[in-house]
Write a protein that binds this ligand. Structure first.
Ligand code: SAM
Length: 243
């Protein structure tokens, strides 16, 4: 099927991603629940369970947005640990900060505006790095993975939770129909913004599949790279370890 994908110049992509997240920030959590039927909570829960996070850990949640993962990690690492929620977009960061403050979990959380491609942290800083539904929005994904590997401690783990490729034709058809017909309409009705949700659907289709992303993580210097499909491959959780 031709969905009319087009190669967009790099600066256009950066601006488009910025516009999308400035536009959706206020309704982001509501839309996440509606569009995934709440299932994104399960995908995130599984990510936390597989992270092996412990008390006292230092964790980076890059492209952390409104802080779903950060909030859960914050409770696990406790007062002697730290979670850094980093995001390139100040609207998303603001919604995330306000939300975490409201929930009273911001004591061990730091908020940093940063681009995943060039993380502003020293080498070997973090025990765990997560990027959930963020990597597909990053222009130079290889640079981002290298940057994550650099700031990870040896033995530490990178976790990429992202939309991926379904492994079943019927599911793929259903999912395509949902993404390109229903999703933009929901975006229009609820957030008054069909275009942003059209972009999100397109960016999902353009994202590298499971094996390609695994190879990219290996190229970034990570070892023991593997992935686990969730919901028939609609989402995959990739992990890699810094040697
Ligand atoms: N991780 C959150 C979650 O799972 O709910 C938010 C995911 S949201 C779909 C994607 C986030 O990636 C947005 O907050 C956006 O601002 C951020 N983002 C996009 N490009 C980025 C980049 N180059 N560096 C850091 N964050 C980026």
């Amino acid at each position: 099927t031709d969905f009319g994908f087009r190669e967009v110049p790099v600066e256009d992509k950066v601006k488009r991603v910025a516009d999308v997240f400035h536009s959706v920030a206020g309704k982001y959590d509501l839309m996440n629940d509606l569009m995934s039927g709440g299932v994104h909570r399960l995908w995130k829960k599984l990510t936390i369970e597989q992270s092996g996070a412990r008390r006292g850990n230092t964790i980076l949640d890059i492209a952390g947005g409104t802080g779903d993962l950060t909030m859960r990690f914050s409770r696990i690492v406790g007062a002697d640990g730290k979670v850094v929620l980093a995001d390139i977009n100040d609207s998303m960061l603001k919604v995330g900060r306000d939300r975490l403050m409201d929930k009273g979990v911001a004591g061990n959380v730091e908020f940093v505006q940063a681009n995943a491609e060039c993380l502003p942290f020293p080498d070997n800083t973090f025990d765990i790095i997560t990027i959930a539904f963020g990597l597909r929005n990053v222009t130079d994904k290889d640079a981002a993975l290298r940057s994550m590997a650099r700031v990870l401690k040896p033995g530490g783990k990178v976790m990429v939770l992202e939309f991926s490729k379904t492994d079943n034709i019927a599911l793929t058809k259903l999912y395509d129909f949902y993404s390109f017909n229903i999703l933009p309409k929901m975006g229009q009705m609820i957030a008054g913004d069909a275009e942003s949700y059209q972009y999100l659907a397109e960016s999902i289709r353009m994202h590298p599949d499971q094996e390609t992303l695994k190879g990219m993580m290996q190229n970034a210097g990570l070892v023991n790279c593997k992935y686990q499909n969730m919901t028939g491959g609609i989402v995959a959780l990739h992990t890699g370890i810094k040697p």
